[in-house]
Design a protein around this ligand. Structure first.
Ligand SMILES: Cc1cc2nc3c(=O)[nH]c(=O)nc-3n(C[C@H](O)[C@H](O)[C@H](O)COP(=O)(O)OP(=O)(O)OC[C@H]3O[C@@H](n4cnc5c(N)ncnc54)[C@H](O)[C@@H]3O)c2cc1C
Length: 581
């Protein structure tokens, strides 16, 4: 298939092009300016945040607020705010690099993203000129902090089932209800609150902490991210001026779900950043601790864990930068000058809703696996609060729950993909599944191509035999999602490794090893997911035929993973950290 212009990269279309024929942005192509801003963020984290780790985690809210204001002085609160409203209006690639750095501290990074992303972005994309002029300069500078209040005790995953009400009385909205689990609630000045006008039209409102009738509950006692504020927000006849309605009556679902897409991209990226830090201290410990007269790093099963941590960073970063490249390009064709600028930008982001969910699910699960590998590498010390491993294990658990649980995101991935593959304009699923796969000579590319062909065959079968009804079987939907996730991950890593090789990058050989390890393991998971999905689709003779078709498909040769992982670990040990970027 011919090279496709970046604008014609539709969400989900990666399944229909051989690896490397779609454009793919990689971290190595980051601009000097973006790298300089990320370096400033790293210095800020190392200088201001990490030394105050314990104070922050004792929930010193005043400190967190002050530190957010310092981040504001640095410009990193307003990176995605238009210049006209006091921001820098930088591309999402820069925001991604900065997020990776912020993720060094899970609690602070949660406060940071709740403020800059889900708290501020609704006003950026949906605010009127007057609302933007009033709030954005203050939010970008850190003078004010923001929170996003959608969840209620009775509506979490079913987010649009909110019971909070808004009634217009004498030129004021009167809000009643209680929001649950609201990040930054303990110190936020501005809340974006979702409520139903007259009990039916879900809408968003800007509420200030000084408005009459708003208060917050006690801090939640949490498993992790203990340094981030999480409270209920109580609205008891809370009166706000009529012009605080955000985006129009009934636009709440549009705002709530659109903003969550932005949050999901970011959670994927911050999971990668956190993984880098975990690898760094785990590597150090494994190099210092000796057993049987040798450092832990000398043992193959510890090397396996260290190498897998690096592989997850490489793959996760390949996915997030690929997606953010598509996103930035789509956003570059929209303008804040236009009256519909905010809505156009949100629409551009929506195109990649599936990729956003994939980044979130894959990144959060990869980081949890890394945290688990870290605890195991520390042994008994991994179970002690004296060492860093136990903290990230607790802190990162939330990533699989908020911004839509991974179950909900898996359902969304399958649903979005199948929807994209239906109708006259749909992506050509049946056609692609029946084509004979072209298998490249390169072993890595071949593994991706063969895995893709297998996934397409079984997903196409799900669609032709069951149509959208297949989604009623949630386990089948999750198998579809897992296949798509694996393909996006393995292909993004393989293409990035290829680009690094082509440009003579210093770490090209390491990148190739990491992409190869991932592709080999992902191949096994693709086989297994395809087999399980087949079991959900057919039975008896029909299943025998489908399984025979799958088995008849060519399989790539296995690679010596221990050798690859050994080489990866040597590079890690030599550098004392994840070496790329
Ligand atoms: C520390 C923290 C910070 C948070 N910050 C914010 C914030 O700033 N703003 C905000 O609005 N919210 C916030 N939340 C809320 C968060 O988004 C919700 O907790 C999350 O969406 C899950 O909702 P729930 O807790 O009600 O779980 P439930 O929806 O009750 O889900 C329970 C389980 O059932 C599964 N499940 C539910 N529905 C389905 C289904 N249809 N199919 C299959 N499985 C299903 C879920 O995946 C989950 O495993 C935060 C939560 C926490 C813990």
């Amino acid at each position: 298939m011919a090279e496709t212009s970046i604008l014609s990269v539709r969400g989900g279309s990666f399944m229909f092009h051989p690896a490397g024929t779609l454009p793919q942005f990689t971290a190595e192509e980051s601009s000097e300016e973006a790298l300089a801003i990320a370096e400033a963020a790293r210095d800020f984290m190392n200088g201001e945040i990490m030394p105050r780790d314990e104070e922050i985690d004792r929930l010193d809210l005043e400190l967190t607020r002050d530190l957010l204001a310092k981040a504001g002085d640095l410009g990193i609160l307003g990176m995605e705010v238009p210049e006209a409203y006091g921001g820098l209006d930088l591309d999402k690639k820069t925001a991604l690099l900065v997020l990776e750095e912020m993720a060094r501290h899970a609690s602070f990074s949660t406060s940071y993203t709740a403020h800059t992303s889900i708290g501020t972005m609704p006003i950026v994309y949906f605010g009127s000129h007057a609302q933007k002029a009033k709030y954005l300069p203050r939010l970008a500078s850190g003078e004010w902090c923001a929170a996003y209040a959608l969840t209620e005790a009775g509506s979490g995953s079913d987010a649009l089932g909110a019971k909070t009400t808004a009634v217009l009385q004498d030129g004021h909205w009167v809000l009643n209800g209680t929001k649950a689990w609201i990040t930054n609630a303990g110190f936020a000045d501005v809340f974006v609150i979702f409520a139903k006008i007259n009990g039916s039209h879900l809408s968003a409102f800007i509420v200030e902490k000084t408005d009459p009738g708003i208060s917050t509950g006690a801090e939640e006692k949490k498993l992790g991210i203990k340094g981030s504020s999480t409270r209920t927000v109580i609205l008891d006849n809370c009166r706000i001026p009529e012009d605080r309605l955000l985006g129009g009556k009934g636009k709440g679902a549009r705002i709530a779900l659109g903003i969550l897409n932005v949050g999901r991209f970011k959670l994927g990226a911050s999971s990668v950043g956190a993984g880098k830090r975990v690898l760094e201290y785990t590597l150090r410990y494994a190099g210092e601790r000796t057993q049987f007269g040798k450092p832990l790093t000398a043992f193959g099963l510890i090397q396996q864990k260290l190498a897998n941590m690096a592989v997850r960073i490489f793959v996760g970063e390949s996915m997030s930068f690929r997606t953010i490249g598509y996103l930035d390009d789509a956003l570059a064709h929209t303008s804040w000058e236009s009256e519909t600028g905010g809505a156009d930008k949100m629409k551009a982001i929506d195109e990649y809703a599936m990729e956003a969910s994939m980044s979130k699910v894959w990144g959060s699960e990869a980081l949890f696996a890394t945290a688990d590998d870290s605890v195991q590498t520390f042994g008994g010390a991994g179970f002690s609060t004296e060492y860093p491993a136990e903290k990230i294990y607790r802190d990162c658990r939330i990533n699989r729950i908020f911004e839509g649980t991974n179950e909900i995101n898996r359902l969304l991935i399958a649903q979005t993909f199948l929807k994209r593959c239906s109708g006259a304009e749909g992506l050509p699923l049946a056609e692609a599944a029946s084509a004979t796969p072209q298998v490249p000579a390169d072993s890595l590319q071949a593994t991706v191509a063969l895995a893709k062909a297998r996934a397409l065959k079984v997903i196409a079968r799900a669609q032709t035999d069951h149509g959208p009804k297949i989604l009623d079987n949630q386990e089948a939907a999750a198998h579809i999602s897992n296949l798509l996730l694996e393909l996006y991950a393995m292909e993004s890593a393989a293409v990035r490794a290829g680009k690094m090789q082509a440009s003579g990058h210093r770490w090209a050989a390491l990148a190739r090893d990491m992409a190869e390890v991932y592709a080999q393991e992902a191949w096994n998971r693709v086989q297994s997911e395809a087999r399980m999905l087949a079991g959900e689709l057919a039975s008896g003779e029909a299943l025998d035929t489908l399984m025979a078709e799958l088995l008849a498909m060519h399989a790539p040769a296995p690679a010596p993973l221990s050798t690859l992982r050994h080489r990866i670990t040597l590079a890690l040990m030599e550098q004392g950290r994840y070496p790329i970027g």
